[in-house]
Design a protein around this ligand. Structure first.
Ligand SMILES: *[C@@H]1O[C@H](CO)[C@@H](O)[C@H](O)[C@H]1NC(C)=O
Ligand SMILES: *[C@@H]1O[C@H](CO)[C@@H](O)[C@H](O)[C@H]1NC(C)=O
Length: 344
């Protein structure tokens, strides 16, 4: 899915694609993972309404992807879990106050980034999850509705009839590589799989966005429907602060995408922003944040976008064929531009 979309961008928009690692630009700045340029544009529009809009811009940009079901990996109607249900993860972070609002495993509410913002605005908590997060959302005025579509139902039916392949089970019986569940723990050591034995990258894209305003205030957010055919209850890296995204005003922000179950063990967004604070350049910070993940899991795939408070931006990736595409808007660019970074 994402691979063909990337290919499409290469073929259709060669003028806007630039193979440059680090760029600098006057503020404000919007940067997000993948060529989800409508989201970038939407956030940019909101930024142009005036200062103090960075948080709104993140919500609007991520919200655009939810509505347009970017790549099928954001919003309703994508990535059905083992039971066929689509559930959502999202986060927003205010780099001024370090406040965070997150939702994980959100069910039957489309606007995950909106609910994440409601967690930040209307509670003293950081992360709400599952059925109770749905109840919170409904109380806060969000609509409860099915997140399934014909396409997600078809996807799920195809997966079921294909013996539930691929899936994310291990060390269970019956053999998850050939059978559907229900599963039980396996006592057979021969069957034990290595943790690095992962499925392909096509089913784990996410929009992660960082906005830096003219006063170097930094805001970040993410939203996703997670991994296709995930085990019900699974929450990925996107709503985990420091994993999916991080923001620190006056320093910078970062957002990650990719194999979330692995990446969240290394908090790459927090790591990258910490490195910015220690004086590393955006590209170096991105690369150094990805390095320990690649060392521990050589076959993982993922990427991180990084922006500092001055308007420098860059990215690093691992295991993505054709490199990693990301979208940027700045006054200098004058329009949204897609950049590509080669993976290290
Ligand atoms: C971007 O938005 C336009 C107009 O709203 C729409 O036609 C197009 O499909 C969108 N692109 C993507 C990738 O969703
Ligand atoms: C979904 O499928 C149902 C029945 O198969 C059909 O009646 C309906 O028009 C479809 N909806 C869309 C949006 O394709």
């Amino acid at each position: 899915m994402a691979t063909s979309w990337q290919r499409g961008v290469c073929l259709l928009l060669p003028i806007f694609v630039s193979w440059v690692n680090t760029k600098s630009s006057p503020l404000p700045l919007v940067i997000n993972t993948w060529p989800f340029t409508n989201a970038t544009e939407k956030a940019w529009e909101v930024m142009s309404e005036g200062s103090g809009k960075a948080l709104d811009a993140v919500v609007a940009g991520c919200g655009q992807c939810q509505t347009q079901q970017c790549d099928g990996t954001v919003g309703y109607g994508g990535s059905p879990d083992e039971t066929g249900e689509t559930t959502l993860d999202a986060m927003i972070m205010n780099g001024d106050t370090f406040e965070v609002g997150s939702v994980g495993d959100l069910r039957r509410v489309k606007d995950a980034i909106g609910v994440a913002r409601a967690v930040m605005d209307y509670t003293q908590h950081t992360l709400l999850a599952g059925e109770a997060a749905t109840r919170f959302a409904v109380d806060m005025g969000f609509k409860e509705e099915s997140l399934s579509t014909n396409s997600s139902v078809q996807m799920w039916k195809g997966w079921k009839s294909g013996h539930c392949q691929p899936n994310y089970r291990k060390n269970v019986s019956p053999d998850p590589k050939t059978h559907c569940g229900p599963y039980k723990p396996s006592s057979n050591v021969e069957e034990r799989q290595r943790a690095s034995d992962r499925v392909g990258r096509d089913n784990h894209d996410t929009i992660g966005m960082v906005v830096v305003d003219i006063n170097s205030r930094v805001m970040a957010g993410t939203t996703t429907n997670g991994m296709n055919h995930k085990v019900p209850g699974r929450i990925g890296d996107s709503p985990i602060v420091g994993a999916g995204a991080y923001a620190s005003s006056g320093v910078g922000g970062a957002a990650a995408t990719g194999d979330g179950d692995i990446m969240m063990r290394f908090l790459p967004a927090f790591h990258a922003v910490t490195l910015l604070g220690q004086g590393l350049t955006v590209t170096k910070a991105a690369q150094v944040a990805m390095a320990p993940i690649a060392k521990a899991y050589p076959t993982f795939s993922g990427a991180v976008v990084v922006a500092d408070a001055k308007g420098n931006f860059g990215a690093a990736c691992h295991g993505l064929q054709g490199g990693f595409h990301y979208s940027v808007a700045t006054p200098q660019i004058g329009q949204v531009k897609v950049y590509v970074v080669d993976c290290t």
